[in-house]
Design a protein around this ligand. Structure first.
Ligand code: 5AD
Ligand code: SF4
Length: 463
């Protein structure tokens, strides 16, 4: 008998990427193999995002395409996981009647049991229970992705902040932190298996453990920093209102903590920040930025921005542009506001017309492009510590050095992607293994990455 095959399509944030990775490992443990294409899979999981209307549309459009496949191959199991699954539950039947399984945000850990129950159950089988199963944070089964250099480690789930535009608290439930011992055990195991970098994940890692009375997030980082074999620590995402002096200080103290923070500001206008229920001011945010840069001169700061929140005037929007000019973010994710179900902002008046929102978005993107370009350009000539991830798929287009030689790829401490060659053309491409920290001289800044030359096959002496 052929083994069953699976295909997971992931939309959305790193939490979904991480959950999909875990689901894949559970399926491997059950004897499933990856399908070569979605149409051929015995089990398709669409792991969905509903944070913005566009992401939700993407999920339903893929489900629509799968309806045709399912009509040809009725034995194919179609599962929907993640935020849209949680949001819609039974209702998904109306828009996607061919869905067999609805796996809510806290049910992905019950995948094995759900698949077992499925054959006997009328469709769809829905599990959107919000209770935390005892294994909600269980480490992924070991060995499934041998050779991984970088892994996500979930340290919390859910969110208690209720920003006015955000669907997360309703689809991901209340904030819950994982015990520190479990986190440290998992990372010890990963490091022993050769993982060099971990990214600690949560909707708001700055409030890690506060509810449970665990150690603080900064104390957790300190313990992760002591784990042997690990080279780099990253985390995401942070809420500006909860950024503590202790955490700011960690960037100066912990040598494995990468100098990068994603600190979503959303708006530069105090009036809009208040309407968004963000509970900080522009001045507080700028003060945090100054403190972060004081603690760690080379820290990269990235952000999220929403344009066209209900009631955003031209003056409010100007305040956002002004804040961007002041901070000089390394990069931003910018979005037009969209109404989401069960959020207070949906009921606000003074909605901004779509065309106006799109125009504002273009202005934000153009401003950021020039800042990012200048920041990347400023790195030309510097030597950066790069964690080698593997070979680039194709040579960096438009570079004079474009050649048939193998090209490595990796990231700087500030999370910028670097493609690099060895200065010596006869150097054996395999002499550098993925996972190695090397020194790379940056020679060229491209739009979304950097290009450089290997300087040394270690990174000693570099920050
Ligand atoms: N409309 C537009 N953007 C949103 N985000 C969250 N909710 C919405 C919404 N309703 C953005 C925020 C958040 C990022 C993950 O998505 O900027 O930080
Ligand atoms: Fe959403 Fe705000 Fe929670 Fe972030 S902090 S997940 S934006 S409610």
């Amino acid at each position: 008998m052929h083994p069953k095959s699976y295909y997971i399509h992931t939309i959305g944030c790193q939490m979904n990427v991480s959950d999909s990775g875990r689901a894949a490992l559970s399926l491997t443990a059950l004897g499933y193999v990856p399908a070569p294409a979605i149409e051929q899979a015995d089990l398709v999981i669409v792991n969905t995002c509903s944070v913005r209307a566009k992401a939700e549309q993407k999920a339903f459009s893929l489900l629509g395409q799968l309806a045709a496949v399912k009509a040809r191959r009725p034995e194919m199991v179609v599962a929907v996981a993640g935020c849209v699954a949680q949001q819609e539950g039974e209702r998904i039947r109306k828009r996607a009647p061919h869905v067999d399984l609805v796996i809510g945000t806290r049910a992905i850990h019950r995948l094995e049991a759900l698949l077992r129950r499925l054959p006997l159950h009328p469709r769809p089988l829905v599990d959107i229970a919000m209770n935390n199963p005892p294994d909600a944070f269980a480490a992924a089964p070991p060995g499934g992705d041998a050779g991984a250099i970088s892994r996500f480690v979930t340290i919390m789930r859910g969110c208690d902040n209720f920003c006015a535009y955000c669907v997360v608290p309703s689809v991901r439930g209340p904030e819950t932190s994982r015990p520190p011992e479990a986190i440290l055990n998992e990372i010890h195991g990963l490091a022993a298996a050769g993982v060099r970098e971990v990214t600690l994940l949560g909707q708001n890692v700055n409030s890690y453990g506060v509810k449970e009375g665990n150690c603080s997030f900064a104390q957790l980082l300190e313990q992760v920093n002591a784990i042997e074999g690990l080279a780099r620590i990253r985390f995401t995402t942070s809420h500006p209102k909860d950024l503590t002096p202790e955490l700011i200080d960690s960037f100066a103290r912990l040598e494995k903590l990468c100098p990068h923070i994603h600190l979503p500001v959303q708006s530069g206008s105090n009036r809009i920040l208040a309407r968004m229920n963000r509970r900080y001011t522009r001045e507080h945010y700028l003060d945090n930025v100054a403190k972060l840069r004081n603690s760690c001169g080379q820290i990269a700061i990235t952000s999220d921005i929403i344009v066209g929140f209900p009631g955003e005037t031209g003056t409010d929007f100007e305040a956002t542009l002004d804040l961007m000019r002041q901070v000089q973010f390394d990069s931003v994710f910018a979005f037009t506001y969209s109404d989401r179900p069960n959020t207070p902002a949906r009921d606000l008046s003074e909605k901004i017309p779509e065309r106006e929102k799109r125009e504002r978005l273009q202005v934000v993107l153009a401003l950021q492009e020039s800042v990012t370009g200048a920041k990347n350009q400023a790195l030309v000539g510097s030597v950066q510590a790069v964690l080698t991830e593997g070979f680039s798929k194709r040579p960096a287009a438009g570079t004079a050095q474009q050649s048939s030689r193998k090209q490595w790829t990796g990231r700087t401490p500030g999370n910028k992607i670097v493609h690099f060659l060895s200065a010596d053309p006869s150097a054996d491409a395999d002499s550098i293994q993925p996972g190695r920290l090397v020194s790379v001289r940056i020679e060229r800044a491209l739009a979304h990455s950097l290009w450089g030359c290997l300087e040394r096959s270690d990174a000693s002496g570099l920050p």
